[in-house]
Write a protein that binds this ligand. Sequence first.
Ligand SMILES: Cc1cc2nc3c(=O)[nH]c(=O)nc-3n(C[C@H](O)[C@H](O)[C@H](O)COP(=O)(O)O)c2cc1C
Length: 194
Amino acid sequence: MMVGRQAERLPYNYHINKGMASYLVVSTSGNPDSNSRRMGRIAFKHLEKAKVSSAWLDISELNLPLCDADACYTQPGAKKVSKAIEEADGILIATPVYNYDVSAAAKNLVELTGSAWEDKVVGFLCAAGGMSSYMSVMAFANSLMLDFRTVIIPRFVYATGRSFEGDDLKDKQVAERIGELAAELIKFTKALRG
Ligand SMILES: Cc1cc2nc3c(=O)[nH]c(=O)nc-3n(C[C@H](O)[C@H](O)[C@H](O)COP(=O)(O)O)c2cc1C
């Protein structure tokens, strides 16, 4: 199995003959009352409704180590997330905006899993405190594009706490946008994987 950056590079066409595309939604908030997780769950339901092969991963349920570029790769949690990412063709990352960036946990996830991200299609669901952090995922998206040639879906879903009432997403525009993102994930992934 591939582990972090020490992984062997797969041939470029590795994914092409893999058969049916698989999808993954990853929640990267540690907050039990997380809005990005709520958005991720809604996106996951859209994938289920579309009857595509899909999986859900919540990193708050895994005891993930911090990346140390060494022993971390052998930890069970790191192996589990690597496998889940390797097996997916299209991935939605649900993330909090922290300090005008994705959560450190989201970045740690990529550091732990490295080349497992190669050639994937990636979309973003972001929960923030205010509207002015809209472009916060760009540095992270750029690193995925340039390091792993991921294809980034140019339609982010971004919501603040005002879109929610308790567990419920009340904002119809955000709800619609989540559906559009899930549909685009499938469209982009199928187009690229064949
Ligand atoms: C450490 C920290 C940093 C934050 N930085 C920002 C920020 O830069 N911009 C912003 O709009 N909101 C910021 N917020 C607010 C969060 O984005 C907001 O609470 C969001 O709901 C978190 O996502 P979650 O509910 O999925 O955990 C920050 C919150 C915390 C705890």
